[in-house]
Write a protein that binds this ligand. Sequence first.
Ligand code: SF4
Length: 371
Amino acid sequence: MKPRSRRPIFVFVLPHIARSPRDLLAWFDARLRDLPWRRDADPYRVWVSEVMLQQTRVETVIPRYERWLERFPTVEDLAAAEVDEVLAEWEGLGYYSRARNLHAAARVVRDSLGGAIPGTARELRDLPGVGEYTAGAVASIAFDRPEPAIDTNARRVLSRLFDLETPSPARLRAVAAELIPNDRPGDFNQALMELGATVCSLRSPRCNECPLADGCLARARGTVAERPGDSARPPVPEFEVGVAVALSSEGRVLLVRRAERGMLGGLWQFPARVTEESESPLEAAVEALRPLAPEASPARALAVVRHAYSHRRHFYHAFLFRAQTEPEPDPEVLAVAGWTAAVWEPPEVSGRGLPAAQRRIARALAAALPC
Ligand code: SF4
């Protein structure tokens, strides 16, 4: 037997369900923006755009998407590239595991699938890094499959439309499947996300402009501000990080490579360490550098760079160190420190993929060096 609280959903919404997709698509058509990834439904292009758009603003993605397609026009071109090239091309977009997974998946498509990107959500999910959302988006937009694609914005709209307090992913897919039309599933999914991003916002939804207002159960019940019920964000923790920019007498700087797995995996950076309790950022920088270049000594403060990640905020305190030699760190020493490789590079560090905050430190170094 269904819980009593669910019955009114269908009593209220059913008269509007048949009309909702049509109303939503008409709203979407009237405000359709000319975005480069909407110009054709090539599966590779759709896939790249969907991965780039996760956690990144449309305005940021547009030029990067176009540049990416010039550099890697097909899935075969991407598969043929080295991972360092791919990470360097992704630089500045953040969440670098997306780039590594895209590259790994392109190789699976080339090596195991004859170069053809699969057309169903179930098959797409077998590719590295492809989750429910990306699989649904690519299947619906590129292959016209009626598969839901539910990002944070679509989740908020559906939670309000059906007045769901803390819906599970399976329940959301079930209610989305009720609405998604067979003829324009990709447009419907994009419309739902766009509605959440622009009208049904978290803090101030504009229900009087909403094409789904007549069938919105949360609006009728006065629960809009509480749906979904788990959207309050916990406070973001902050960390102080000491960064050692070691400059040798040959004019090169020491870079280390992060482990493949985890945050910013596979990228290069200056040796650094999060401060421990009652440790200053300079002390942390000295500790980070000591096993790699023991005779280097701190010269001066270089820059403080603040960077917000999705789940944490870092304050990078960068210090310039002078090193007379360019020691090659022992692999075991590197591993103990949590790095997978180290190189001495010209200070422009142009050929390496660096996270955005590290790139800003490199720019501060360039500005501090005599021409
Ligand atoms: S009526 Fe309001 S709460 Fe309901 S879907 Fe539209 S904008 Fe969101």
